[in-house]
Design a binder for this molecule. Structure first.
Ligand code: IPE
Ligand code: IPE
Ligand code: MG
Length: 238
């Protein structure tokens, strides 16, 4: 009788940089006959849980989409509420220094409330030596806006058109120096990027799901990572 050797199961590989579009807060609230504000509060709580979990499993980079350059189109009350939740989060960051998470904000911050800008700077400063998860929070972030910024900077520095390289653009994005996201997760049943990391995601793998963000569980993240492990990434090769 032939002896079949049991195939050794390969080690699971963590993506290097996961990016999440935290979408579906409004619909989550609507399903419960709650105001949209309740959905944003639940989404914020979920964000903290998932970020902590990513840090625990040893992920190196996580980027979450909290507010887009297009989200200003929403009713003022809703925008104010999102900014209030963001401010509360910033005020709270000093209480979890022991988590060893390095915080960075990406997006155009100059138009945000000055107190919020101060708190953003403060929490980046306070966590700059953390060696755990590098957590980017995208706030007033737009991928096109980010590329326009980079192009303006290249032109302003006097680079000749013929000398422009992809690297020059990458280096001028908010994520400069970081690996590109290799895995992008979008819950809520929408199949689009909504202006998220459009340059950086050129070769990212995508994972879509109908789960609304406040319902997203760590086991869903685990499932997504398992799926990532089944992808065959070729980068244009064979
Ligand atoms: C994502 O949830 C949060 C932000 C865009 C700030 P939404 O508020 O977009 O929730 P839906 O898409 O309306 O359900
Ligand atoms: C993307 O969600 C932005 C964030 C999650 C912060 P949106 O709800 O704004 O995206 P669209 O409008 O469905 O494309
Ligand atoms: Mg949405």
């Amino acid at each position: 009788m032939p002896i079949f050797k049991k195939k050794k199961t390969a080690e699971r590989i963590l993506p290097e940089h996961i990016a999440i579009i935290m979408d579906g807060n409004g619909r989550w609230a609507k399903k419960r006959a709650l105001p949209r504000t309740a959905g944003h509060a639940a989404g914020s709580k979920k964000f903290k849980e998932i970020a902590r979990y990513c840090n625990k499993i040893g992920l190196k980079y996580l980027t979450v989409y909290a507010f887009s350059t297009e989200n200003w189109k929403r009713p003022k009350d809703e925008v104010d509420n999102i900014m209030k939740i963001f401010k509360e989060y910033l005020e709270d960051t000093k209480n979890f220094k022991d988590e060893n998470i390095k915080l960075q904000f990406i997006g155009e911050r100059s138009v945000l409330d000055p107190e919020i800008q101060r708190l953003m700077k403060q929490s980046e400063e306070d966590s700059k030596n953390a060696t755990g998860l590098h957590l980017n929070i995208a706030i007033n972030y737009g991928g096109r806006d980010e590329i326009v910024h980079a192009v303006k900077d290249i032109i302003a520095s006097g680079v000749k058109a013929d000398d422009v390289t992809e690297q020059m653009i990458s280096e001028r994005l908010y994520t400069s120096g970081q690996p590109d996201p290799d895995f992008i997760i979008r819950p809520s049943g929408e199949y689009r990027l909504s202006n998220y990391l459009i340059w950086q995601s050129a070769y990212a793998e995508y994972w879509f799901s109908d789960i609304l963000w406040p319902d997203f569980k760590t086991s869903d993240l685990e499932k997504a990572i398992d799926d990532f492990n089944k992808r065959n990434r070729r980068f244009g090769g064979v």
